[in-house]
Design a protein around this ligand. Sequence first.
Ligand code: HEM
Length: 125
Amino acid sequence: MTHYERIGGEVVVRKLVDRFYELMDQQQDFHGIRELHAKSLKASREKLFMFLSGWLGGPQLYVEKFGHPRLRQRHLPFAIGEGERDQWMNCMLQAMQGLGLEESLRKELAAAFQKTADFMRNKEG
Ligand code: HEM
């Protein structure tokens, strides 16, 4: 089974993304990365949902609409160091907590997100 199927498909991926941006918007801990985003999180929400759908092994919604994600290149306009990476990760870990995922799946996803978030770093510190 793919991560997409194990997580619970489209409904749960949406839930995860909605919670992720809700936390980013509301929690002081994530203020640093919230500031990097546009005032409205609507477009980010839709794009992350579409991206994660394919990244988790489900429909390649992002690729079908926008082509290859070139994720690292798309993040170059934003200064991302360890601090920003850790804020992003903590926000995602908190968002996952509310989904009631099976422990082994939660761990696998945490490791995969960690790898991708670390890859996005483009400055020291
Ligand atoms: C490491 C820390 C990260 C920071 C600080 C960060 C920040 C951002 C920002 C500021 C944007 C632009 C949003 C806007 O235009 O308002 C963005 C876009 C995006 N991010 Fe991240 N991001 C991080 C990691 C990640 C990771 C790990 C993923 C995927 C697992 C991801 C997926 C995306 C996607 C799909 C977009 C939309 C790209 C597009 O414009 O088509 N980001 N991110």
